[in-house]
Design a protein around this ligand. Structure first.
Ligand code: UGA
Length: 385
């Protein structure tokens, strides 16, 4: 099929590369001319495992302008659930046979877009996660598609041949995306509240999560307690619905409060030298959007700390050190905010030896607390006493 993909963010670029790999004729479009030039030269605009390699081998083309196509797939961002960009893309593609909306849009958007498009509008929300975006796109757990005709079903079946597809109506499809992300956020906030409760009653959240997750009705995923959820998706989708859902208002509040917990544990840090290790909102991405680290760094700065940072990928003005050990040199406190694999394998005794002080704050419960204490740290984590 001849496919125009509009928007070269995580969803658009990775979907485009995967469709091209499947043998479709793909044109990836973005209004950012500089980004398009880079993509033409095989330069990845963001860090995502496997992306560089895919860009080197792809047959997908890149342009600032669309071309004639069978299907236009809209993957532009919807900051704060403002779907204006999606409507603009629809207007620019009004004569297309099939207009597929992958961007997360408020319920009812596809029906409104149907009034603009001569062909059929299809809702096909995306569920890939940053950090495993290529794997998720190639082997999705499910494809959700809101369609209005057999022809629409046929287009989706050809695009996602061999994958599990659930067909529904447009509004339900759009809502499934919000329901999925807000369910995940709810799981995280609930487990974080249990982590805080563990501290009160003397229990271990790692074991509680494991035990709870053994029940297949609950499932083992998204039960990692820590500093709360970030990124460009979960916070945005919870905020979009929290006015209508009491439970989501609580989920949001718990998440905001969770960021403060770590600082409450540390107390007054005025004049202290603090190493912040891990800046991205989760491992395997360089994305800092709604990352707890940005909030924590601001708080530490206003609290009068001298801050140094390290992250394997995130681009941040304070991320100038070449290793966690170098970053920790002479510091009073080390603060782990992202659970990168690189941190899991650190030599804690060596880390401790670089430091002036002995406080290790593990906001993602990465380390075995006995090992951390053995290495000479005063070890603080969440939900473990
Ligand atoms: C999320 C969804 O998981 C995807 O399915 C969806 O496609 C995407 O949003 C989107 O709407 O585009 P993503 O934002 O990439 O994906 O990241 P997640 O893996 O969901 O993690 C979100 C946040 O939750 C991270 O800050 C992570 O550290 C945190 N988290 C996750 C926890 O604190 N505990 C957990 O157990 C799991």
């Amino acid at each position: 099929m001849k496919i125009n993909i509009v928007g070269t963010g995580y969803v658009g670029l990775i979907s485009g590369l995967c469709f091209a790999e499947q043998g479709h004729d793909v044109l990836c479009i973005d209004s950012d001319a500089e980004k398009i030039e880079k993509l033409k030269h095989g330069d990845a605009p963001f860090f995502e495992p496997g992306l560089k390699e895919m860009l080197k081998e792809t047959n997908a083309k890149f342009s600032v302008k669309g071309d004639e196509c069978d299907v236009a797939i809209c993957c532009v961002g919807t900051p704060d659930d403002d779907a204006k960009a999606v409507f603009d893309v629809a207007k620019a593609n009004k004569d297309v046979k099939f207009f597929i909306v992958k961007s997360t849009v408020p319920v009812g958007t596809c029906k409104k877009i149907a009034a603009i498009i001569t062909g059929e509008v299809i809702s096909c929300p995306e569920f890939l996660r940053q950090g495993s975006a290529i794997e998720d796109t190639k082997k999705p757990h499910r494809i959700i598609a809101g369609v209005e005709s057999e022809k629409g079903k046929d287009v989706i079946s050809r695009l996602y041949e061999g994958r599990k597809i659930f067909f529904t109506d447009l509004n339900s499809s759009e809502l499934i995306k919000y329901a999925s992300n807000t369910f995940l956020a709810t799981k995280i906030s609930l487990i974080n509240e249990f982590a805080n409760y563990c501290e009160q009653v003397g229990a271990n959240i790692k074991d509680v999560s494991k035990g709870v997750g053994l029940d297949p009705r609950i499932g083992e995923h998204f039960l990692e307690a820590g500093i709360g959820y970030g990124g460009s998706c979960l916070p945005k989708d919870v905020k979009a619905l929290k006015g209508d859902f009491k439970i989501l208002s609580a989920v949001h509040d718990v998440n905001e409060a969770q960021r403060l917990k770590i600082l409450e544990k540390l107390g007054d840090l005025k004049g202290k030298k603090v190493a912040v290790l891990g800046l991205s909102f989760k491992p395997n991405t360089d994305d800092l959007r709604e990352a707890p680290s940005t909030f924590i760094i601001e708080k530490l700065k206003t609290g009068g700390c001298d801050i140094r940072c390290y992250d394997p990928q995130a681009k941040h003005e304070l991320n100038v050190y070449e290793s966690p050990y170098k970053t920790a040199q002479g510091c009073d406190v080390v603060l782990f905010l992202t659970e990168w694999d690189e941190f899991k394998n650190l030599d804690l005794k060596k880390l401790r030896a670089q430091m002036k002080g002995d406080t290790l704050v593990d906001a993602r419960n990465i380390f075995d607390y006995l090992k951390a204490r053995e290495a000479g740290f005063t070890y603080l984590s969440l939900g473990r006493v």
